[in-house]
Design a binder for this molecule. Sequence first.
Ligand code: FES
Length: 171
Amino acid sequence: MAVESSGASVAERVRAVIDAHRDDRGALLPILHGIQAEFGYIAAEVIPVLAAELNISRADVHGVVTFYTDFRSEPAGAATVKLCRAEACQSVGAEQVVADTEQVFGIELGQTTPDGSVTLDQVFCLGNCALGPAAQVNGRLYGRINRSRLVDILANAETRAASPTENGAGS
Ligand code: FES
């Protein structure tokens, strides 16, 4: 399999996730979330394993993976940027932030830069509506995003101390 292995074989890690959720109602979704948490994405090679283990067709698994935008079929970049496009953020310029960000990085939403440094995704409400436009960078929440602020956040993403939010109230 193309997915990265550490310690236990990839197949063993896949089966461990399956076994943890096999008896869940509608097991496929929690299993896929578990696989993505384990490997960072749903590799194509995992799909036939899931189909065989759950006794469903490969097409069914593939259909679910491609239907839900939360599931990734390729590894994400070093930084994952999720831009909010829900109504409250749209009303304060989220679409311009999306356009600017796509221009800065030369990719569209759902894509990763060729050097693997940044993945852009959309999200619909991060619970930070009062401080929109909102974004999440590597799981950390930011408010009042604009082009220059986002570039600055990404430039400093690796050196900032981890904390759950930075809403830019003073910027
Ligand atoms: S609408 Fe963007 S955070 Fe709620």
